[in-house]
Design a protein around this ligand. Structure first.
Ligand code: SF4
Length: 307
C-alpha cells in the first residue's frame, strides 16, 4: 500500500478521506488538523499561558506533545500541564507517573491535584457511597468523575491565571457526546455555549478532528510510551454503549463520526447561546442554575464542597 502523496509505504488508510498516508504525511496531517482547530477556537496573545489537562493517557500525552511542538519555538507562550488524580485504585497511579515523566521530558511544569484533597473523597470512595449503578446516570461513576474533574480544572486554571485549558477530546469523544445528548433529548445542553465570564476559563479541544485510532498511531510513531489500560468504571458508562455502537457503524459506513460532528456544527452555528452564569449558592463556583453540578452530585453522598 503506497502513500497517496509520495509513493512511500503507507502506515494508514483513511477510509473516510480515501487517502493512504506514509509516516511523514500522516504526522503532518494530524498536526495540520490540530493547528486548524486551534486557529478556529482560540487566539493566544503574547504572554499567555495555555494549560493542558494531562491524564497521562494516550490522548492527553499526544496533545501535550503536539502543542509543545507547535508553541515550542514561541518563547512568549507558556505551556503548563494540570493532572487530576481522581483516586481510582490500581488504575490512576501509573498514569500519574506517566504524566510526570512526559512533562519532565518536555520541560513542562506540571500541577497535580487530587479529588481527595479538593473534595474530601477519592472517586472510589464516592462510588462506594453512591452505589454502583449504570442505569441511573446521576449515580454512574463517570458522571461524578467528569463533573468533578471539570470543576477542579476550571478552579485550578483560574487560580493559575491561564488563558485557556486544552483538553484531549478526540473526534470519537465528540461524536459520542453529541449522540448521547440527542438520545437523552438534552437539546438545551447541546445548544449551550460556554458562559462568557472571568470565572470560567475558556476551553479548547485541539484533537476534535482527529479520530481516536489516529491519535494512538501518532503516539506510537512519535515513540510516546503510554499505557493502554482501560479505566475499571468505563464499561459502566452510557458513553461505552454509544461507543460500541458508533465504532460498528464507522466500520460499515466510514466517515460517520465526521458527519455527526460537521452536521452538529452546522446545525448549531447560529443557535448557540452564551448563558449568563450565576454563582453556586454553596461553593461560589460559576454555574447555569443556583447550585452547581458538583455540589448537587456531592450532596447525594453527603459531602459539602466548600473551597
Ligand atoms: Fe473517570 Fe469514567 Fe474516565 Fe474512568 S472512564 S477516568 S470514571 S470518566
Amino acid at each position: 500500500m503506497q502513500c497517496s502523496k509520495c509513493r512511500r509505504d503507507a502506515v494508514v488508510q483513511q477510509r473516510y478521506s480515501g487517502l493512504r498516508l506514509c509516516e511523514t504525511h500522516f504526522l503532518e496531517d494530524v498536526e495540520r488538523k490540530v493547528k486548524r482547530r486551534l486557529r478556529k477556537e482560540i487566539k493566544l496573545r503574547s504572554g499567555n499561558t495555555l494549560a493542558v489537562a494531562l491524564s497521562g493517557g494516550k490522548d492527553s500525552s499526544v496533545l501535550l506533545y503536539v502543542l509543545c511542538g507547535i508553541f515550542g519555538r514561541r518563547r512568549d507562550i507558556n505551556i503548563v500541564a494540570i493532572t487530576v488524580d481522581e483516586g481510582i485504585a490500581g488504575y490512576r497511579p501509573k498514569y500519574v507517573r506517566q504524566a510526570k515523566k512526559l512533562a519532565d521530558e518536555l520541560s513542562v511544569d506540571l500541577f497535580l491535584f487530587s479529588f481527595k484533597a479538593v473534595f474530601g473523597a477519592t472517586l472510589d470512595e464516592i462510588v462506594r457511597a453512591a452505589g454502583l449503578d449504570d442505569e441511573l446516570r446521576d449515580k454512574a461513576p463517570c458522571t461524578f468523575c467528569g463533573v468533578l474533574r471539570k470543576t477542579l480544572l476550571n478552579r485550578v486554571g483560574r487560580e493559575l491565571g491561564v488563558a485557556a485549558i486544552a483538553t484531549a477530546h478526540n473526534l470519537d469523544d465528540e461524536a459520542q457526546t453529541i449522540l448521547m445528548n440527542y438520545i437523552r433529548g438534552d437539546i438545551a445542553r447541546l445548544l449551550r455555549a460556554p458562559a462568557r465570564s472571568e470565572k470560567f476559563v475558556p476551553r479548547v479541544k485541539p484533537l476534535r478532528d482527529v479520530p481516536e485510532e489516529e491519535v494512538a498511531l501518532y503516539g506510537m510513531l512519535r515513540g510516546l510510551k503510554v499505557e493502554f489500560e482501560e479505566c475499571p468504571y468505563k464499561r459502566l458508562s452510557f458513553r461505552f454503549k454509544i461507543l460500541s455502537w458508533l465504532n460498528d457503524f464507522e466500520r460499515r459506513h466510514p466517515g460517520t463520526r465526521y458527519s455527526i460532528l460537521r452536521g452538529f456544527e452546522r446545525l448549531v452555528q447560529d443557535e448557540r447561546r452564551h448563558f449568563e452564569p450565576k454563582s453556586c449558592e454553596r461553593c461560589g463556583e460559576p454555574c447555569a442554575g443556583n447550585i452547581c453540578q458538583a455540589c448537587r452530585l456531592l450532596s447525594k453522598i453527603n459531602i459539602n464542597y466548600a473551597p
